[in-house]
Design a protein around this ligand. Structure first.
Ligand SMILES: Nc1ncnc2c1ncn2[C@@H]1O[C@H](COP(=O)(O)OP(=O)(O)OP(=O)(O)O)[C@@H](O)[C@H]1O
Ligand SMILES: [Mg+2]
Length: 228
């Protein structure tokens, strides 16, 4: 479970972005995070990824208060998370395949089944023909798809994706959403920031709507039923 308790975030004395935000994501849940541009969605992800700490209030991640963690503990927590940034954040000196394999190759060479998994995910996001390409030669949508493949390859406990379908066509957006839904069926807690109205309509998961520094939870009438 991931929990925010009365979280306030200020970037400077006069810029309060989040104001007393509280919500929780139960283990194995799937939520969208929506709200106007500048509302603070990316800021919430940065807090969850521990790039930032709350100015006031607390965030509990895997049972730990993010304010109490040292550097090693933060690295350990991050290894349980998959994240897709708004900008894809691929390592420029590694190929597409190496970028995607990175979360699995931290402890040594890949086992056969891990290599198979990397190839399958790259195939699913339509990048089989760009395996050895360098990130700087990819289109915006291809970079985004490689970043998504990297985020899901290690089957993280918690997946956060910031506008993951912003640069891809509708059909690919659906494929990516099915990938996230599949991961969720196997137990991953998922939080996706999106403005994409067709995705919100097609996948009626509960929404956390962020406006004026606060979060309102909305549950669509036809909420997706979990089968797992
Ligand atoms: N490092 C920073 N220093 C100062 N202000 C910042 C910083 N990062 C973000 N902000 C401000 O905080 C507010 C929230 O930004 P954030 O990126 O979280 O919004 P968002 O909801 O993700 O927007 P978008 O939908 O455009 O991605 C914005 O007004 C932004 O200008
Ligand atoms: Mg953002």
């Amino acid at each position: 479970m991931i929990q925010l308790d009365n979280v306030t975030l200020e970037y400077g004395k006069s810029t309060r972005v989040l104001n007393n935000v509280s919500f929780q994501l139960e283990s194995g849940s799937f939520h969208f995070l929506t709200g106007p541009s500048g509302a603070g969605k990316t800021s919430i992800f940065k807090l969850m990824y521990m790039d930032l700490l709350p100015s006031e209030g607390n965030i509990t991640l895997f049972g730990r208060n993010t304010k109490t963690l040292d550097r090693d503990e933060i690295s350990m927590m991050r290894r349980k998370m998959g994240l897709v940034f708004q900008d894809s954040n691929l390592l420029p000196h590694l190929s597409v395949r190496e970028n995607v394999a990175l979360p699995l190759s931290l402890h040594g060479p890949l086992k056969d089944e891990q290599t198979k998994c990397v190839n399958e995910i790259l195939d699913w996001v339509g990048l089989s023909h760009r395996l050895n390409a360098c990130p700087s030669t990819l289109s915006g949508g291809e970079k985004q798809r490689a970043a998504i493949a990297r985020a899901v390859v290690s089957r993280p406990r918690f997946l956060i994706a910031d506008e993951p379908t912003g640069n891809v066509d509708d059909e690919m957006a659906r494929r990516i959403m099915y990938l996230f839904a599949e991961l969720n069926k196997h137990g991953t807690t998922v939080l996706i920031a999106t403005h994409d109205a067709s995705i919100l309509k097609a996948f009626p998961y509960p929404r956390l709507y962020l406006r004026g520094g606060n979060v309102i939870k909305k549950v669509p009438e036809q909420t997706v039923k979990r089968t797992a």
